[in-house]
Design a protein around this ligand. Structure first.
Ligand code: NAD
Ligand code: ZN
Length: 378
């Protein structure tokens, strides 16, 4: 029996309060309204940004919410005005929209989109409107996506149609971590062949940055992490040198500057720590070094000495790897299917939505690269 036009009751992991386990609940998902798409989520990864909302940002107005922004699924039904999608299409939800009409979308220099800034309330990292309710309460859609739910409703500007051959339990990771890190190296840093790079933080985002540096032809890729268990993984993606800041008495930028006789050409911060952001900048070469902030935080300011920039370094930030989201994700899925891009290698654990708290704990304790949860059967 068709569910189109009806409220769907389904399972979701609801974060009722900050710093508490999520609870598997039955929620109601309203039918898609104008320009919206209702998606059956098949699989989702857990990204550090989900943990940030739950344990670090802890904005009290950001709850209750359904977390998750690294998913893939199948269109169940579409609202009025949707022409790009049909029931049955394979799709990836996007936390950054691409409306293709605003002045930002039309400008090739950015992947920002005006719709994203109105659709998502940046302070609470959630959609202004939500199609979810649970126990009579409105539940927020984290990053506008909420992939820790069997069904979700998303504006068509924030959905990418992907190749029907794509395995959803793998390509879900292209909804955030892999595109974010890879694109930060390739699109934002614009790593050049023969260069030396340093990547700080070797979660999925950092490992994807290592993969991006390698794809761009970097000769030397220094992987930096306080957890030495991550170094084996980094080798798989192309890292050539490994540095654990805990093994050194000197500040890490001094260690890297010495190792590279003057600093790296490109550094990428994939941790979300303002001290590390400063170290990454100071590790880049005086004169031309480029340092990219990828890690997420809005809790602290960064302090630097202006001379570090005056002497010729460039400091940049990167959201979603600088990819125009709809176009970028479809292309990255194709590259994966054409075996030009590693994705399976990022998956360290396969779990189910019922195990959401276990998956979150694994991530919190740095025991996984990516745990992929199966949500609804395809
Ligand atoms: P993760 O938790 O899997 O990985 C973080 C890694 O950093 C871990 O391996 C940890 O051991 C390491 N680390 C911690 N402190 C360190 C230090 N002082 N020096 C070196 N390494 C250190 O996280 P992830 O999912 O890979 O995400 C990484 C960051 O990227 C997070 O801040 C996340 O919020 C952010 N993010 C940003 C975007 C974006 O669009 N800019 C998108 C997704 C994620
Ligand atoms: Zn993410």
């Amino acid at each position: 029996m068709s569910t189109a036009g009806k409220v769907i009751k389904c399972k979701a992991a609801v974060a009722w309060e900050p710093n508490k386990p999520v609870v598997i609940e039955e929620i109601e998902v309203a039918p898609p309204q104008a320009n919206e798409v209702r998606i059956k989520i098949v699989a989702t990864g857990v990204c550090h940004t989900d943990l940030y909302h739950l344990f670090e940002g802890m904005h009290k107005d950001g709850f209750p919410a359904v977390l998750g922004h690294e998913g893939a699924g199948i269109v169940e039904s579409v609202g009025p005005g949707v022409t790009e999608f049909q029931p049955g299409d394979k799709v990836i939800p996007l936390f950054l929209s691409q409306c293709k009409e605003c002045h930002l979308c039309k400008n090739p220099r950015t992947n920002q989109c005006e719709v994203a800034w109105t659709r998502i309330n940046q302070a609470i990292m959630a959609g202004v409107e939500s199609r979810f309710t649970c126990k009579g309460k409105r539940v927020l859609q984290f990053m506008g996506t909420s992939t820790f739910s069997e069904y979700t409703v998303i504006n068509q500007t924030a959905v990418a149609k992907i190749d029907p051959a794509a395995p959803l339990d793998k390509v879900c990771l292209l909804g955030c971590g892999i595109c974010t890190g890879y694109g930060a190296a390739v699109n934002t840093a614009k790593v050049e062949p023969g260069s030396t790079c340093a990547v700080f933080g070797l979660g999925a985002v950092g490992l994807a940055a290592v993969m991006g540096c390698k794809a761009a032809g970097a000769k030397r890729i220094i992987a930096v992490d306080v957890n030495p268990d991550k170094f084996e993984n980094a080798k798989v993606f192309g890292a050539t040198d490994f540095v654990n800041p805990k093994d050194h008495d000197k500040p890490i930028h001094e260690v890297l500057t010495k190792m590279t006789s003057g600093g790296v050409d490109y550094s990428l911060e994939c941790v979300g720590n303002v001290q590390v952001m400063r170290s990454a900048l100071e590790s880049s070469a005086q004169g031309w070094g480029v340092s990219v902030i990828v890690g997420w935080t809005d809790l602290h300011d960064i302090v630097i000495r202006p001379v570090h920039l005056i002497s010729g370094r460039t400091w940049k930030g990167s959201m979603f790897g600088g990819f125009k989201s709809k176009d970028g994700v479809s292309k990255m899925v194709k590259d994966y299917l054409d075996k030009k891009l590693k994705v399976d290698e990022f998956i360290s654990h396969n779990m189910t939505l019922d195990q959401a708290n276990d998956a979150i704990e694994l991530m919190k304790n740095c025991k996984c690269i990516r745990a992929v949860m199966s949500v609804s059967p395809p």
